[in-house]
Design a protein. Structure first.
Lengths: 428, 154
């Protein structure tokens, strides 16, 4: 008996220790990131509430994927399942993909077309705006059972999202306070989205890449213009992307949204790589089939590469004629998924479509210039095990967040953390 | 007639070439103007034409091998291909069409083996100077998800 009590005492002690876990210490300046934020289940849970269900707009799907009334797609905001659907009034609606009865998924398929939604568990029915419209055996069977009379269907329903469509991109938000989408994006980001999505698009492929890392490591990676020509050697070798090329980085006022862009300038062949003896330059490597990179002039401004991100997890990519949107979704505290949607324009000729498909060898899970991004987050995730008290350095270009011309900077990575801290309520 | 056995022998040699890291020989299984694409079943059902790998020449496959050797950064890894029995859809003296199921395990530098991909090779063979070559290979993966990255070819 006595022994049992001792064990109990000890157990209580253990639980108390868990509760006294050290809080994550954020340094005042944005150039340090505590490793603990990439590997903590409590942080992950807090993010769901403060970021994904907080005052943010989250990419859901493309307008063109919901052409007809009743067409729907299922997706996620953070880890919360949602349904996006077009109703007969032409509007797009989105609501939590969770039956109010017992919490089961309402829609199981990735996409489809329906008159209404019915949960398979007990056949509760919802219309295309997410209203609970039917309860099986609501009045009971032969006078027995059924729901009480005071149960009011209109009082119950899955959470509805605010929906905004910008340039054919459908965003959803759980927040009533989030600013309108164009304000959230900021004028410069809006302009750069409009620049790419200037006419109707069509989907030419969808691929999902499972990332062995916390979602934020990919957010940083996509905003990190510093790594592009160092990790991705294919880029550098073919002079698609050199740090000394003309280009720049734009970070919006919130810090969370960014655009990185560059223009090919064959005249400005630089020696900076050779001087530093970096492995990124490799003269003997030339393509046998150069049609891979043979594109066509599509944008009069000469921008050959534009990577744009919207906080928290949206990316729009233009690499030459290769267009895609990427939706990043967290899957637990050390996994995430990147959904690639490869795009062409609705009026593409077969020749143009072919160019886009050839160039799509550059991106995606097997992409010549993006496959490394699938792995490098995992290298960090594995590298920081046991270093919960330590911090990453993001100090290239100083400590500031801002727009600039050079791309040897981590300014937009710091921008991400500026927005992240603000949403998470981190005060220095 | 291109028979079942010759296609199975082709698959065995193809798998061995990739799995034993003789990637430079991999393009030799294709015709100069071959079509090679890696996609998955949902894209195929919807008729979406893009691939995570998309080539319309053998030279593009050679370039991919060169990129894997010279440019791309990835952890050391290898594959183990298991090929199923081909389903011969049509065959004559010069050409044949077949679908063959496959499973590919990926062995990482850490020593772990994972089931990396399963799917179907949808193949069009031609006989050139007594050798079978792929005029077209569509790799239709069963899963829509690729773990981490696909460096080595399927």
């Amino acid at each position: 008996m006595e022994k049992c009590d001792q064990y109990r005492q000890r157990d209580i002690g253990l639980i108390a220790t868990m509760q006294e876990m050290k809080p994550i210490r954020w340094p005042e300046n944005l150039s340090r990131v505590p490793y603990a934020v990439y590997a903590d289940t409590q942080v992950r849970a807090t993010e769901e509430h403060h970021i994904f269900q907080g005052d943010t707009w989250n990419y859901l799907c493309l307008d063109v994927e919901l052409e007809e009334p009743g067409q729907y797609r299922t997706t996620f905001i953070g880890e919360t399942p949602v349904v996006v659907v077009r109703d007969s009034d032409g509007e797009v609606y989105a609501f939590e993909n969770r039956c109010v009865h017992r919490g089961a998924l309402i829609a199981l398929e990735k996409s489809g077309q329906v008159d209404n939604f019915q949960c398979v568990y007990h056949a509760w029915t919802y219309n295309r705006q997410g209203d609970l419209t039917g309860i099986a055996f609501e009045k009971g069977v032969r006078g027995q059972g059924g729901m009480p009379e005071h149960f009011c269907k209109s009082d119950h329903g899955p959470r509805k999202l605010r929906v905004a469509v910008f340039c054919g991109l459908v965003f959803g938000s759980f927040s009533d306070d989030v600013p309108p989408i164009d304000e959230y994006l900021g004028p410069e980001i809006c302009e750069k989205i409009e620049r790419v999505l200037h006419k109707p698009v069509k989907v030419i492929g969808r691929f999902t890449q499972a990332l062995p890392n916390d979602w934020k490591l990919y957010c940083e990676n996509v905003r990190d213009s510093y790594h592009a020509s160092l990790l991705h050697m294919f880029f550098t070798t073919f002079e698609i992307n050199r740090l000394s090329q003309k280009g720049g980085v734009i970070v919006d006022e919130s810090g969370g949204n960014h655009v990185s862009f560059s223009m090919i300038d064959p005249a400005a062949k630089d020696a900076s790589y050779k001087e530093q003896g970096l492995r990124s330059d490799h003269d003997r490597y030339r393509l046998k089939d150069t049609s891979l990179l043979a594109g066509f002039d599509e944008w009069p401004d000469g921008i050959s590469l534009q990577i744009l991100s919207v906080f928290p997890g949206f990316v729009l990519q233009q690499i030459q004629n290769c267009l895609a949107v990427r939706q990043l979704l967290p899957k637990g505290h050390d996994r995430s998924e990147l959904n690639w949607v490869y795009l062409g324009f609705a009026d593409d000729t077969p020749e143009r479509l072919k160019v886009r498909m050839k160039q799509s060898n550059l991106v995606g899970p097997a992409g010549f210039i993006s496959m490394e991004d699938g792995a490098v987050g995992g290298f960090v995730q594995r590298g920081i095990a046991g270093a919960q008290d330590m911090q990453a350095i993001v100090e290239m270009g100083g400590e500031v967040v801002g727009t600039g011309e050079g791309r040897a900077t981590e300014t937009s990575v710091r921008g991400f953390w500026k927005a992240y801290r603000q949403h998470m309520g981190v005060t220095a | 007639m291109i028979d079942l056995l010759s296609i199975m022998a082709f698959h065995a040699a193809y798998a061995d070439t990739i799995d034993s890291d003789q990637l430079e020989s991999w393009p030799n299984f294709f015709t100069p103007d071959t079509l090679y694409r890696v996609t998955h079943i949902e894209n195929e059902q919807e008729g979406l034409p893009a691939g995570i790998v998309w080539a319309d020449s053998c030279a593009m496959l050679e370039d991919r091998v060169a990129a894997l050797r010279e440019a791309n950064i990835y952890e050391r890894q290898r594959y183990r291909h298991l090929m199923g029995i081909p389903l011969l859809l049509s065959s004559n003296i010069e050409t044949a069409q077949a679908t063959t199921p496959f499973m590919v395990a990926r062995i990482m530098a850490t020593g772990e083996t994972q089931l990396f991909a399963t799917g179907l090779f949808r193949d069009r063979f031609v006989k050139v100077q007594d050798r079978l070559l792929l005029a077209e290979r569509v790799v239709v993966c069963d899963s829509t998800v690729t773990d981490t990255l696909m460096a080595l070819p399927l």
